[in-house]
Write a protein that binds this ligand. Sequence first.
Ligand SMILES: *[C@@H]1O[C@H](CO)[C@@H](O)[C@H](O)[C@H]1NC(C)=O
Length: 385
Amino acid sequence: MARLISHMDYSIICVTLALSIACRVCGTAAPFFIFGDSTVDPGNNNYINTIPENQANYKPYGHNGFFEEPTGRFSDGRVIVDFIAEYAKLPVIPPFLQPSAEFINGVNFASGGSGILPETNRGQVIGLQTQIKHFEEVQKSLTEKLGEAKAKELFSEAVYFISIGSNDYLGGYLANPKMQENYGPGEYVGLVIGNLTQAIQVLYDKGGRKFGFLSLSPLGCLPALRALSPNANEGVCFEEACALAHAHNSALKAVLTSLEYVLRGFKYCNSNFYDWLQERIDNPSKYGFKDGVNACCGTGPYGGIFSCGGTKKVTDYQLCDNADDFVWWDSLHPTEKIHEQFGQALWNGPPSSVGPYTLQHLFLSKEELTIADEVDGPDRQNFHY
Ligand SMILES: *[C@@H]1O[C@H](CO)[C@@H](O)[C@H](O)[C@H]1NC(C)=O
């Protein structure tokens, strides 16, 4: 009997050991690579030569104290990818340009003010194409470190999150008469989406298989745009900016649907941030907010003059008492609370806002057949916005 028990104990130990080794091999979570603009920049712009509008490493950014100092995040605290990393049980993903950064859990390449088109804020930001060049550097160094096979696995298990496009339409188009002369709105959306599609394909060719997208918000309802609206005193959003965001999101949705059919192993999580945020702007109290229209930090109508922090052209600014009551942190960026709520939606949210896969699924799933392999995945959400 004693011998039997010890034999059983021994097997249990073996199984436990085998499991823990297997988990080490598969890693606690897939790594996380992030590309984008100020919606997800964790402080890359602290390291580049740019204008104060593209930086957020001064007070009151980071006001809620989650990080000890202002980090460069355009928020009162964390941004959406910080929450996603937490749900995926990853540490905070470091900015690519941070000198001591460890890249094994992923890297954040995002840069406030950047766009999909290389022209957008050229010379002041790290545009999407350059962000992808930076990714290639990381890929090269991790491949040297881990060896070809291990690195290949890492890059195909990784989740690639892309949140970019607003600056192409705001600064790049609406505030750029030359661009408007050269291209009609529909044509311009086509260029932006064409370049984004190329970027996705480059990452796919480099081994990326799992992609997440933060779609564009109703851009005309940003306090800065609401203040510029031709009907500003009626409190309405800037129609033209909303229309561009809407057209961009529809075009992206169509592209992703077709990429899923042509790229083997390609899986994605898209989101309907537009309707999701509009709902909170229109009905703040239903979601725990008091104000869906005005910026917590800024000045002028709707707090729409982008002066938060007093480092920019207009130095006067007001700060609200409690950012958690607000949808908008500054004239152009939502509060941490919005980032958190939408992070949760992307993680395991309702099919009305997120799909066909949730980010949770992308982080936790191993290789499996996809549509391009002519099979519908088992827990693929029925995505219908
Ligand atoms: C990418 O954008 C450039 C303008 O920067 C444009 O000339 C080019 O046609 C676009 N590429 C695609 C594939 O749409």
